[in-house]
Design a binder for this molecule. Structure first.
Ligand SMILES: [Zn+2]
Length: 198
């Protein structure tokens, strides 16, 4: 059996990138490789609705019990539609977060508003929380709500782009240059070394 590269992990039969963004919304954006080219990704990790659900549980956005229920309940046609909307949202959100020119803001804003409009305040055992209806679009709408918070919150100004692969990460202390030393950082070091010895 071949070992996976250290930046990937096998979770419930699905290969997923380990989180490096320091924010779940940025790790969501980092679920495809090479944002530097807008061509289709060399590696797409959200290969199915089920993979998207497993990713949500992996990064701690939802429980595995909820993940199991959503997998069980999902209508295949609705699940496929929800995945397409999720991938479109991811692409538009990337443009908004990186300040790219274009028409990405409108679709992002409309989805964030739609998702936020479905939030309900729920009280159980003296704990009060915001909750979304449990349906096929719950994981996407949860991410949309979090994206709205990130875009309008104090962390927004610390979002940085990896110069090698285009992945996003929070850099509040200004010390990080790469998405991950294990991948892009080491590649850059190797390139610099090769240039010196040439
Ligand atoms: Zn990178």
């Amino acid at each position: 059996m071949n070992a996976l590269p250290s930046h990937l992990e096998l979770v419930r039969g699905v290969v997923l990138p380990k989180p490096v963004g320091a924010h779940p919304v940025l790790d969501f954006v980092n679920t495809r490789s090479e944002w530097t080219s807008r061509a289709s990704a060399r590696t797409e990790w959200l290969t199915s609705y089920e993979a998207f659900l497993i990713w949500n549980a992996y990064v701690g956005l939802q429980s595995s019990a909820l993940t199991d229920r959503l997998i069980e309940q999902a209508d295949p046609v609705e699940a496929a539609r929800s995945l397409r909307t999720t991938l479109d949202f991811r692409s538009d959100l990337y443009d908004v977060l990186t300040g790219a020119a274009g028409n990405a803001f409108e679709p992002v804003a409309r989805l964030v508003e739609k998702a936020s409009g479905r939030l309900r305040l729920v009280r159980s055992d003296n704990k009060i929380t915001w909750e979304l209806p449990e349906d096929v679009v719950l994981p996407l709408h949860h991410l949309a709500v979090l994206a709205g918070e990130l875009l309008t919150g104090a962390s927004r100004e610390y979002v940085r782009t990896c110069p090698s692969c285009g992945w996003l990460f929070l850099n509040p202390r200004g010390r990080r240059r790469w998405c991950s030393m294990a991948t892009c950082g080491n590649r850059a070091k190797a390139r610099a070394h090769a240039a010196r010895v040439r």
